[in-house]
Design a protein around this ligand. Structure first.
Ligand code: ADP
Ligand code: MG
Length: 351
């Protein structure tokens, strides 16, 4: 009996995984797959239709254009200019100004859980270079002084006014915004069916070419805890169309301290430290990549109770929370589209 259940799980796994990540689609002759690395992420664009190859190329160019204005390391980018000047007023593009305004909205609405001004803190921990260290508390307190994102203003002609020392990083919304721009471009180019996988940020346009929904997996967020079921095995799958499914978790980008303690790349803006809570991953399912990306990071920072409260106040998205003790909590309207591929210790459906 156990063996047949296991075989069934393996079968399901092969059905829902594909070359583009944890997704499936029927192989049509006109599928065009383009892969490239941008925004420090391996990206896949899969689209269908006669003009798919040309459209994919436009998407790649668009993502590279966005990277060139939003990157923290490309020296001509808007973000680099902001982070590397002593001026308090800096001219930026309308697009960067738009993202900053979105950032201000999320900063306010998540009570600071979402904070694009944590860059100096994140750098101090070594996440920008890979040269990791645990900074002393006094240093963190000093750096936190310049992370009040609400002090930022945007003028009508796209200038940012900010306290000198405040530095930005769009790591938590850049890929979601890029996905929205990519979907828009594909639509303009008459593509009706496509899937983007930007490092685990999945965004789909339409249905699969055969008219069925896309099946998208949520990765096993405890790859080191389950013997024989290493990282690729999805623990959940969800059927979606015209939507995005964006996950934040601490299981891919982290470093271990001398005693093996894990420090992850998502930060608590109140303490200046990597988030420590019982969440393994948070997935948001909604219409906008930017919204989903901002909220997956924010709800991860909030932790279980506050995240659920936030959803109750703002129920315009769906969520799946997976905890370190292998529980799953999800919003009720997913009930028809979700499949559990793992024996969770508890399943909680939130209405
Ligand atoms: P990923 O980009 O790995 O998919 P996220 O979307 O959750 O994951 O974004 C994490 C990135 O966002 C970090 O690498 C860092 O650059 C930035 N960041 C970390 N903590 C926060 C936070 N509390 N608010 C906004 N951005 C953050
Ligand atoms: Mg995010």
């Amino acid at each position: 009996m156990r063996k047949s259940v296991f075989s069934l799980l393996i079968l399901v796994f092969f059905i829902i995984s594909s070359t583009a990540g944890l997704t499936s689609c029927s192989r049509k002759p006109d599928a065009q797959i383009t892969t490239f690395t941008s925004m420090n992420t391996y990206m896949t664009v899969k689209s269908y239709g006669k003009k798919a190859a040309a459209a994919n190329k436009l998407v790649q160019d668009e993502i590279e254009r966005l990277e060139s204005i939003l990157s923290t390391t490309i020296e001509s980018s808007d973000v680099w200019k902001i982070n590397n000047t002593n001026a308090s007023e800096i001219q930026i593009s309308a697009e960067t100004a738009f993202l900053i305004e979105q950032g201000l909205y999320f900063y306010k609405n998540t009570d600071g859980a979402f904070n694009p001004a944590l860059y100096p803190v994140i750098r101090e921990w070594g996440f920008t270079t890979g040269d990791y260290k645990i900074p002393p508390e006094e240093k963190l307190l000093q750096l936190l002084d310049s992370t009040d994102f609400s002090a930022v203003k945007i003028t009508d002609n796209s200038k940012i006014i900010r306290p000198v020392g405040l530095e930005l990083d769009f790591g938590a919304i850049g890929k979601g915004y890029a996905g929205d721009c990519a979907i828009e471009l594909l639509k303009q180019n008459k593509i009706e069916s496509a899937l983007l996988d930007f490092g685990g940020n999945i965004q789909v346009l339409g249905c699969k070419p055969d008219g069925s929904y896309w099946t998208v997996g949520i990765k096993n967020p405890w790859p080191d805890k389950i013997k024989g079921q290493e990282d690729l095995l999805p623990v959940v799958s969800i059927k979606i169309k015209n939507a995005c499914m964006i996950t934040s978790g601490g299981y891919e980008r982290y470093f271990s301290g001398p005693d093996g303690h894990k420090f992850i790349h998502i930060f608590d803006s109140k303490t200046g430290c990597p988030v420590e809570n019982n969440l393994a991953s948070v997935t948001i399912i909604c219409q906008s990549g930017l919204y989903g990306d901002a909220l997956s990071t924010s709800l991860f920072v909030m932790g279980e109770e506050k995240a659920i409260d936030f959803w109750r106040q703002n129920p315009d998205f769906d969520f799946v929370i997976i905890t370190n003790d292998q529980r799953i909590i999800y919003s009720a309207s997913l009930d028809k589209s979700i499949s559990l591929l793992f024996d969770f210790t508890s399943v909680q459906i939130i209405e």
